[in-house]
Design a protein around this ligand. Structure first.
Ligand SMILES: Nc1ncnc2c1ncn2[C@@H]1O[C@H](COP(=O)(O)OP(=O)(O)OP(=O)(O)O)[C@@H](O)[C@H]1O
Length: 678
């Protein structure tokens, strides 16, 4: 890419001296020419850091960026999200027609990368036959074999595949005049405030556009309308990479006959459905787990009918988590730049008001104490705009050292145990499930909440740990290995101690973290590092709480199974035992006369009954069976009395309001959450 700077030409002086040096070392001279890049250029050149590593991954990231924007948008107006996503395959000739390029037949075959001479073909087929033979032998011997790669080697790049990605929602829509900047200026967005949102960087939609510009050269199309608007905004634009400004092709208002509100974004990009099909479908499924109150319709449209996919993820509840609230900065988490910005932007007049209103957890009396502590140069009434740089440093130093209450976490909107449990049950149908919602905690002045769910068994779950990660209610599918959730589940939980077999049981581990700042590694929002103690210990404790709940259920099941086993074993011996006892008794009754043996009264009576056949093998058998039943019942009763009524088997039930009312109260108990909807 041509990365000519936009910040004016480099100064004359260094250029001259570079030219001088160029004679001796031209390479060095070139390196030292000062250039500048626009943010759009930077991200175009480093698109992998935003999740656009290759065509397949770019298709995946485009879908997720658009879906997440749609969810943010619908939730921001408390509208139950209805989202339609379509990926339409566009074959080469259709694509060429779209861009006005005439299709051309190949003339010089040997010119092409995928050309294979007759000799090479013969060699390849012979090699493939050999590999197949070895595989067949290995299978017969029960050995494992590695799937041979189907690609013909690095040389074969294959043909590019193009897709039209469309995402339509019923959200807030966008103000007509803001649309070009929202989609055509990298690092612009409405989610920069201190608020829990899926989007954060002001980058995702622009990256989809940059990728479309790089791979197909086609613009993005946006249709949008806000609630109550009598027109629909239509905008077709691309981005001037060097200047980082939108390049608008069309921007007009159209009639809004249906009073529709929401947005529809359409972009045509290169992609790879084959390699990323399963990731995209997994993403949609996991999104359905964490967002059971949304309705998704996903379509993959292809000319080849059997490739077409339609999946509908139905809404399972009308209860949405509360809308996250914008909050203020916590004093312990501000740096000098931020304080300067707040000083410049505040509407407050004096220092006292500034401290009280621009930060959380500083009450008036505490602000006065802080000002007293800052020294004689400071006073409550001093104009905040008159603060010098040194004075700002003093404020920041004190903020770092002073004690402040932790932020409360009221501004956050976790999925909620109810939704998490519902999502897990609906998508996995497990045998056992336990959920837990931690209390708000703090990392670098940002509140965060960890919720977890552990399931055992269920459909489409493999043996061992199946980890599902969510951050600000976004499913995270890549970079699993380095993530704090994976590492905690793998390394810091002693599954055995909860009677869970890490290798053999089908364990679903669901962890959802919400915060005003998710410390993602990179802008791709793919994983949270394992280096933040506050987060890793909260994750560990949430998983452990679920495991504890499961343990009591598992132990109960094991005890029931053991009891059944013991009963079965005892019952199995009853016929033999009755027969043997009967034989002895009959022998004794028979020998009583001949050997003149004397027994006490009770035994005599027993032998009489044996002799008169009042007691037979059958009666013995019946008595023993009855006794085993009795012992089993007594043991069960004793267990129930010991463990108390609270340990009686119980199941989670969910009651839903038919009217979609949003008022509810959650009752928490270690083994269930009861949501009362009013
Ligand atoms: N479907 C939509 N409905 C309403 N507004 C939208 C929609 N899509 C994008 N926007 C607006 O465009 C802005 C830019 O979106 P973009 O995806 O580039 O960044 P972001 O969502 O703010 O952050 P991130 O890069 O972390 O996703 C958003 O902040 C939002 O205001």
């Amino acid at each position: 890419m041509d990365s000519e700077g936009i910040g004016g030409a480099p100064e004359e002086e260094p250029k001259k001296s570079n030219r001088g040096k160029a004679k001796q070392n031209p390479k060095k001279a070139k390196e030292s020419v000062l250039k500048q890049k626009s943010p759009a250029e930077f991200f175009a050149e480093n698109k992998n850091i935003a999740g656009f590593d290759n065509p397949g991954k770019s298709l995946y990231t485009t879908v997720r960026e658009l879906v997440e924007n749609s969810l943010d948008s619908a939730e921001s107006i408390s509208e139950l999200p209805v989202i339609e996503i379509a990926i339409e395959e566009i074959n080469k000739s259709k694509f060429n027609t779209m861009i006005g390029l005439v299709d051309r037949e190949r003339v010089d075959e040997e010119l092409y990368d995928d050309f294979e001479s007759a000799k090479a073909r013969e060699k390849r087929l012979a090699k493939e036959a050999r590999v197949q033979e070895i595989q067949a032998k290995n299978i017969a011997l029960g050995k494992k074999f590695k799937e041979p790669s189907t690609a013909k080697g690095a040389k074969s790049r294959g043909e590019a595949a193009f897709f039209r990605v469309t995402c339509k929602d019923n959200g807030r829509g966008m103000p007509h005049d803001d649309i070009p900047n929202m989609f055509g200026r990298v690092l612009s967005g409405t989610k920069y405030g201190l608020k829990q949102t899926r989007g954060k960087f002001g980058l995702g939609a622009k990256m989809a556009l940059i990728w479309s510009k790089m791979s197909t050269g086609l613009p993005i199309e946006i249709t949008s309308s806000m609630k109550g608007q009598n027109y629909v905004s239509y905008c077709r634009l691309d981005i001037d990479i060097h200047k980082n400004i939108p390049h608008v092709h069309a921007h007009e208002k159209r009639e809004n006959k249906d009073r529709w509100h929401g947005a529809e974004i359409q972009v045509i990009i290169e992609g790879n459905w084959t390699t990323h099909r399963s990731k995209i479908l997994h993403y949609m499924r996991q999104m359905a787990v964490i967002t059971p109150y949304a309705q998704f319709l996903f379509k993959f449209i292809s000319d080849t009918a059997e490739k077409t996919v339609t999946v509908r993820f139905a809404r399972r509840t009308d209860v949405m988590p509360p809308v996250p609230l914008e909050t203020k900065h916590h004093p312990s988490a501000v740096d000098l730049l931020l304080i300067k910005r707040l000083v410049a932007e505040t509407s407050k007049q004096n220092l006292l008001q500034f401290l009280q209103h621009e930060f959380v957890n500083i009450r008036k009396s505490y602000a006065e104490r802080l000002i007293g502590e800052m020294g004689p140069d400071f006073s409550s009434k001093m104009p905040v705009k008159s603060l010098t740089s040194q004075q700002i440093v003093r404020i920041q130093q004190l903020f770092r050292q002073a004690k402040f209450d932790d932020p409360s976490g009221d501004c956050l909107s976790p999925a909620g145990e109810y939704n998490l449990r519902l999502g897990i049950i609906k998508e996995l149908q497990p045998d056992l499930v336990a959920t837990y919602a931690g209390s708000p905690q703090v990392f670098e002045g940002h509140p965060f909440i960890v919720e977890a769910g552990i399931s055992l068994g269920g459909k489409d779950v493999k043996q061992g740990l199946n980890i599902f990660r969510f951050a600000n209610r976004i499913p995270l599918l890549f970079e699993q290995g380095a993530d704090v959730i994976t590492r905690t589940a793998l390394k810091r939980i002693n599954w055995n101690s909860y009677k869970i077999n890490q290798m053999q049981d089908k364990i679903g581990v669901f962890v959802s973290i919400v915060s005003t700042k998710i410390p993602f590694k990179g802008t791709g929002k793919e994983y949270i590092g394992d280096d933040i103690t506050e987060i890793s210990s909260a994750v560990k404790s949430a998983i452990q709480q679920c495991c504890l709940q499961l343990k009591s259920k598992i132990v109960k099941r094991l005890q029931a199974r053991e009891r059944q086993e013991r009963k079965r074993n005892l019952n199995r011996y009853i016929p033999d035992a009755s027969r043997a006892v009967m034989e002895v008794l009959e022998q004794m009754a028979h020998n009583r006369e001949s050997k003149r043996q004397r027994y006490d009264k009770e035994d005599e009576e027993l032998l009489d009954k044996v002799a008169s056949e009042e007691i037979t093998e059958k009666t013995l058998k019946e008595c023993l069976t009855q006794h085993v039943e009795q012992v089993d019942y007594e043991m069960a009763l004793e267990y129930a009395t010991q463990s108390g009524v609270s340990e009686e088997p119980r199941e989670a039930i969910y009651l839903n309001s038919l009217e979609g009312s949003h008022n509810y109260i959650d009752f928490h108990s270690p083994i269930f959450v009861f949501r009362l909807i009013t």
